[in-house]
Design a protein around this ligand. Structure first.
Ligand SMILES: Cc1cc2nc3c(=O)[nH]c(=O)nc-3n(C[C@H](O)[C@H](O)[C@H](O)COP(=O)(O)OP(=O)(O)OC[C@H]3O[C@@H](n4cnc5c(N)ncnc54)[C@H](O)[C@@H]3O)c2cc1C
Length: 438
């Protein structure tokens, strides 16, 4: 008898966990992702602030699954699902909308940015979801210092060296803290005309506190730490406008050339493909076994699924996606091998962590609430553990130790396909002064 075919869409935390957990299932597993790599999104902010390189947080999916004989990787974009014909439509390099049939389907397509109805902000305030986004953010940050160094009018330095983060959740807090450390340590002595330490970092959010998913006490600790690092925090204030000249926060214009969107997320369009019921955020409402109502062969997991436990929806975090991925795999394995059903999914919450600058984190797990260096060591240990391969774990560990001890960051590269911008008169004068005298 032909083996069943299991299609997994998405090689992120959920999809990859499911694929690996299916290694012993007598089935053909096909993992489809539009990128060729699994991305460790929690460390994207470290690429954006030049602490890590893209290759240290992204791993080729083919490499991860190369020894799993029942798994095939396809690089392509899924554009739809036909629930009745049991097929997904895939667009790859040379063909569009090719139907690929499945017996079981796991949708793990994650989420994207949400500009809360203000999509026009996107071109001025890009978000951070992919490696390309993180590299673009790094380019933007480093370019701002180069432009300020080349700028003759000191009045413009302030605008060029003002960095605004919109959204004080974990991504905004971690990015603001890392940027403050980058500016005040690594870049401190790199420039001659400007003082990088004079840069202004603003973190704005309409919520009354930072890190709202943490307790009040930890949220206050994170806020104090950011303030000590020189970050200006604007809470309870909405960002009303973002344009080429900066942002308007609660009626006040803040001139800035570098605005980064670290606020809302929206799920992938999986619910539209399935025409399924969603929660208010647009995530697919799933049954207690993570399947779509009326379709026990379709699982939706991770950021794109809405699953309630104790009356509250599970958060969009890596742990939820991984546990759901492993559960979906076990449920399919059980059906394929024993023809029986698994009990309902239940989430084991291991806790929540966020880093604030160098050597400081907040950690909340059950009744445990700690902040400081110990929490940061725990954060580092946990994150190393969850990187995809042992070579990445070693490489990131060594990089962190080196950066911690030396304050240096090797990946301060501005990478773009454009040639260098024409030099200003001030820079030309510097070039002439530096040229060897004949
Ligand atoms: C900047 C940032 C920081 C974060 N920090 C933390 C943290 O500190 N701790 C934590 O627990 N969580 C954190 N998260 C959240 C965490 O990364 C997500 O909850 C988790 O990645 C969700 O896993 P997933 O499998 O649902 O989706 P993802 O991991 O996002 O994977 C989705 C995959 O689907 C692929 N895909 C999407 N659409 C298609 C399509 N149409 N066709 C083919 N492939 C497709 C994508 O390429 C991607 O590989 C962070 C997220 C971000 C963006």
């Amino acid at each position: 008898m032909a083996q069943p075919r299991i299609i997994i869409v998405g090689g992120g935390f959920g999809g990859l966990a499911a694929a690996k957990a299916l290694s012993r299932t007598p089935a053909r597993v096909i993992l489809i992702d539009r990128t060729n790599h699994h991305l460790f999104q929690p460390l994207l902010y470290q690429v954006a602030t030049a602490a890590l390189t893209p290759a240290q947080i992204g791993t080729p999916i083919r490499g991860i699954l190369r020894n799993q004989r029942n798994a095939t990787v396809v690089m392509g974009e899924v554009t739809g699902v036909d629930k009745e014909q049991k097929c997904v439509f895939v667009t790859n390099a040379d063909r569009s909308d090719v139907p690929v049939e499945y017996d079981y389907l796991i949708l793990a397509t994650g989420s994207t940015h949400s500009y809360f109805g203000h999509d026009e902000f996107e071109i001025f305030a890009p978000g951070m979801k992919s490696l390309a986004d993180a590299v673009a953010t790094r380019n933007k940050i480093l370019q701002a210092f180069e432009l300020a160094e080349a700028e003759e009018d000191p009045k413009r330095h302030r605008d060029l060296l003002t960095f605004v983060m919109v959204g004080a959740g974990p991504t905004g807090v971690e990015l603001a803290g890392a940027l403050a450390v980058l500016i005040r340590t690594t870049l401190r002595t790199d420039f001659r005309r400007i003082d990088p330490a004079s840069a202004r970092i603003v973190l704005a959010d309409r919520s009354p506190r930072v890190l709202t998913t943490f307790s009040e006490r930890l949220s206050q600790a994170a806020k104090r730490r950011l303030e000590n690092l020189g970050v200006e925090i604007r809470l309870g204030q909405s960002v009303e406008q973002i344009d080429d000249d900066g942002v308007v926060v609660a009626g006040e214009r803040i001139a800035s050339k570098t605005v980064i969107w670290t606020a809302g997320v929206a799920p992938s369009p999986a619910s539209k493909w399935l025409q399924a019921e969603t929660d208010r955020a647009g995530r697919v409402r799933v049954e207690s076994d993570l399947t779509v109502p009326g379709h026990p062969e379709i699982f939706v997991i991770g950021d794109t699924a809405s699953f309630e436990e104790k009356g509250r929806p599970l958060p969009g975090v890596a742990q939820v996606a991984m546990q759901q991925g492993r559960y979906a795999a076990r449920a399919i394995h059980r059906r394929v091998t024993a023809g029986s059903l698994l009990g309902p999914f239940s989430y084991f919450d291991k806790g929540n962590m966020a880093v604030v600058g160098k050597g400081f984190a907040v950690l909340q797990s059950g009744k445990v609430q700690v902040s400081g260096f110990g929490a940061w060591l725990t954060w580092a240990f946990v994150h190393l553990q969850f990187l995809a391969t042992s070579s990445l774990r070693l490489s990131v560990f060594l990089q962190w130790v080196w950066t911690y001890l030396s304050g240096q960051r090797g990946s301060r590269l501005i990478v773009s396909h454009h040639g260098p911008k024409p030099a200003t008169a001030a820079v030309e004068a510097d070039i002439r002064a530096a040229a060897p005298r004949k």
